[in-house]
Unconditional design. Structure first.
Length: 452
């Protein structure tokens, strides 16, 4: 499943319709539930900048639904929204804390706006991007909006949401849930929601052991980076001024190759996630000399009753994996697997908690993430379903997202749009692809019988 900037994705020509959730002001009610730490921090940071200075920070998903009628689609989207409590709630920042207000399910409706027929997809794409930029707002409601394009081959749905209420696993759930709603078999979910998570998160953090074992690995990683966070291992050609970020995508392995890679990783004592981290470490050694892979890892923090809950369940973890150019894959996988096992309980890794624990603000510069969309709750994404993100202006940041699906392993990157960064990130991605292909092909060779 590709994860790309909307500006780089394909949008069909056709009739464009915007869908905006609405509710009467009288329907809102105070909600005493405590927000998740990361959501509260996200909202308070946006409020400190002021409404006119909040840059787009939405993520989204696009997927085809066939020849669904507009009335049928509107009913399905409405039913889906009403079934997700955290999408009909908002945080209002006040001095010292945030106040939550929530709508009852029946109060939510969808207002549609026909934007006209677009003869080319690029024009429709610009309109969708501008709509998401305006409406997917951390400081207001709704935080999730939709656009549909009724094209010659059917209807494509685009959903955009403020990052404070969704993460990549949530996005991977959306296509299957809305397709199910279109057929009248909505994939309901019992149990606590993201709105219930905040109080539980604080309770779990309060019960975590305290001491150097909770901070030593972080402190070592930050000390190696001279007090900051690890940087991308090659120059980026930046001057410190925020720049437009560029995106790139590559399918590292197709379906059969990904299966062989997974088998090679298991044979080396790790998972596919450990195998992919090993490939990043081998790529670092290949392009940057004898230095470890040092980065901030993103991880899904869902545990217990929240394993299938949509929301923003993301934690930070230190990643440091030594490798030498040409080192054996199996040995590097073992090191990566050990690094993954060092992770603490999910809620204890939320970014605000990590910053408080270390007594310094964590500002990631080189980030790696791995998700397996085959493991999401409900129906997995289909071929062609695409996770989207807004354009970003930022400092010298590099993000690497690895996604495992039935169709293979996909690598998406975000990096500063400079000639140096374009060349060096491409070198790193090619080295990663080479390491992954070599591991997959090596396992195929090992599986063949020896000729008589």
């Amino acid at each position: 499943m590709e994860f790309t900037e909307l500006g780089d994705s394909a949008v069909p020509a056709g009739r464009l319709v915007f869908w905006t959730p609405a509710a009467p002001a009288s329907a809102w009610a105070d909600d005493p539930r405590t927000p998740a730490l990361v959501h509260e921090h996200h909202v308070r940071t946006a409020a400190a900048r002021g409404p006119g200075y909040v840059e787009p920070a939405w993520i989204g998903v696009s997927f085809a639904v066939g020849r669904a009628g507009r009335h049928q689609l509107g009913a399905a989207l409405t039913a889906w929204l009403r079934g997700h409590e955290h999408l009909r709630s908002t945080l209002v920042p006040t001095p010292g804390h945030c106040v939550r207000r929530t709508l009852p399910a029946g109060a939510v409706t969808l207002r549609q706006e026909d934007a006209g027929v677009f003869a080319d997809g690029a024009s429709a794409r610009r309109q969708i991007e501008a709509f998401f930029d305006r409406r997917a707002d951390p400081l207001g409601w709704p935080q999730m909006v939709f656009a549909t394009v009724e094209g010659a081959g059917g209807t494509t749905v685009f959903a955009g949401a403020d990052h404070g209420v969704v993460d990549a696993y949530t996005l991977a759930m959306v296509p299957g849930q809305i397709r199910a709603a279109l057929t009248g078999r909505a994939e309901g979910r019992a149990g606590p929601t993201y709105l219930d998570f905040g109080a539980e998160e604080r309770d779990l953090i309060g019960r975590l052991p305290r001491g150097p074992e909770r901070t030593d690995h972080w402190e070592a990683l930050l000390d190696d980076a001279r007090g900051g966070t690890p940087a991308f291992p090659l120059p980026l050609g930046t001057s410190g001024t925020p720049l437009a970020q560029r995106s790139a995508y590559r399918r590292l392995l197709d379906g059969p190759a990904a299966a062989r890679f997974a088998a090679a990783s298991r044979a080396s004592g790790g998972t596919t996630a450990a195998g992919m981290l090993a490939c990043l470490a081998l790529a670092t050694a290949d392009v940057a000399g004898e230095r470890p892979l040092a980065a901030i890892g993103l991880a899904n923090t869902r545990t217990g009753p929240w394993r299938s809950a949509p929301g923003w369940f993301v934690g930070l973890h230190p990643v440091r994996i030594p490798a030498a150019a040409g080192a054996p894959f199996a040995g590097t996988v073992a090191l990566a697997a050990a690094e993954l096992r060092r992770r603490g309980p999910g809620p204890g890794s939320s970014p605000p908690h990590i910053s408080r624990m270390l007594r310094r603000e964590i500002r990631p510069r080189f980030v790696v993430s791995y998700i397996d969309v085959r493991r999401v709750a409900g129906t997995p994404p289909q071929r062609g379903d695409t996770m989207l993100r807004s354009r970003v202006h930022g400092p010298a940041e590099v993000y690497v997202w690895l996604t495992r699906s039935d169709h293979g392993v996909h690598l998406s990157t975000r990096f500063p749009d400079t000639p140096v960064a374009r060349a060096n990130v491409e070198r790193f991605v090619l080295a990663t692809a080479h390491a992954a292909t070599r591991a997959a092909d090596g396992h195929r060779a090992e599986a063949l019988p020896t000729p008589a």
